[in-house]
Design a protein. Structure first.
Length: 275
């Protein structure tokens, strides 16, 4: 059987209830990111479960759906399954805030492995805590994934990497920083488009403490970015910063593929205390 393999020449097809495993050497206590490329090969639903010993991934959610029966027998094709064609494990360093920026991993330069022969970026799973996030320092707190993109295949405001908010209000990232109550801070960041055919009126909403800022960006899908920022006053020793896209966007080329605004270069600095 022949299948189009997105990355390279060969791939591994996992049939129903099939599995593949490999032992790798890692440093105990280190945060690692497992990146893999999977493609569906059948019209039936396909689920891929990933397990890392000694802990397993959480059990799948229980879903219910309706269908109209046209046959007394419903059959699952045991040969059907996803195509796995690229796997990588990368150890991630722990980011720290600096005296010039309270944000950890401010430019998203610390993140998962990006395959050189892939031009689709890497999807960061939903509901990822900062202690185990494949994007260290950041929380993926949304119902949908966030895309990690690289400068080799996308337009990135600065550095080599950024994130694309691809699912509107369902695609959000956040970070909790240390602050001094009643102290004023300045939050700045860059908003743009990934030069991937994502066009239209974009709007990124940023939240810091009790302040909200809406940043519009008119995209032609050809790259570019703008700087934005605002002042906020911390109300406690911890302040949560959250970013999400207000609108849903699809690529002009097919009108189906989800895309969205790019976020990069997030920075928080304390403002001078007035005498």
């Amino acid at each position: 059987m022949f299948f189009p393999v997105p990355h390279g020449v060969h791939a591994l097809r996992l049939g129903s209830r099939a599995s593949a495993s490999q032992n790798v050497t890692v440093r105990p206590g280190a945060l690692c990111a497992l990146t893999f490329a999977a493609t569906r090969t059948c019209v039936q639903d396909e689920n891929l479960r990933i397990a890392v010993a000694p802990s397993l991934s959480a059990p799948a959610d229980i879903w219910v759906w309706g269908f109209r029966a046209y046959s007394p027998v419903a059959q699952e094709d045991p040969l059907c399954g996803p195509l796995l064609d690229a796997v990588a494990i990368k150890e991630l360093p722990t980011p720290y805030p600096t005296k010039d920026n309270l944000i950890k991993n401010a430019g998203f330069e610390i993140g998962p492995q990006v395959f050189k022969n892939s031009s689709v970026g890497v999807l960061l799973p939903l509901k990822q805590k900062d202690t185990t996030s494949p994007l260290p320092g950041w929380i993926i707190e949304s119902l949908k994934a966030v895309r990690f993109i690289d400068a080799a295949h996308f337009s990135v405001p600065e550095g080599q990497y950024a994130v694309e908010l691809v699912a509107g209000r369902e695609s959000a990232i956040a970070q909790v920083i240390r602050t001094v109550p009643n102290r004023a801070y300045n939050l700045s960041f860059a908003v743009g488009d990934a030069k991937n055919g994502c066009h239209g009126s974009m709007l990124v909403e940023a939240f810091a403490g009790n302040v909200t800022q809406k940043v519009p960006f008119e995209s032609a899908g050809k790259g570019g970015f703008k700087a934005a920022g605002f002042r906020f006053v911390a109300s406690s020793v911890r302040t949560r910063l959250t970013f999400y896209s207000s609108y849903y966007h699809t690529k002009a080329s097919d009108g189906v593929s989800l895309c969205g605004p790019v976020l990069d270069q997030v920075k928080v600095v304390p403002l001078p205390i007035k005498a």
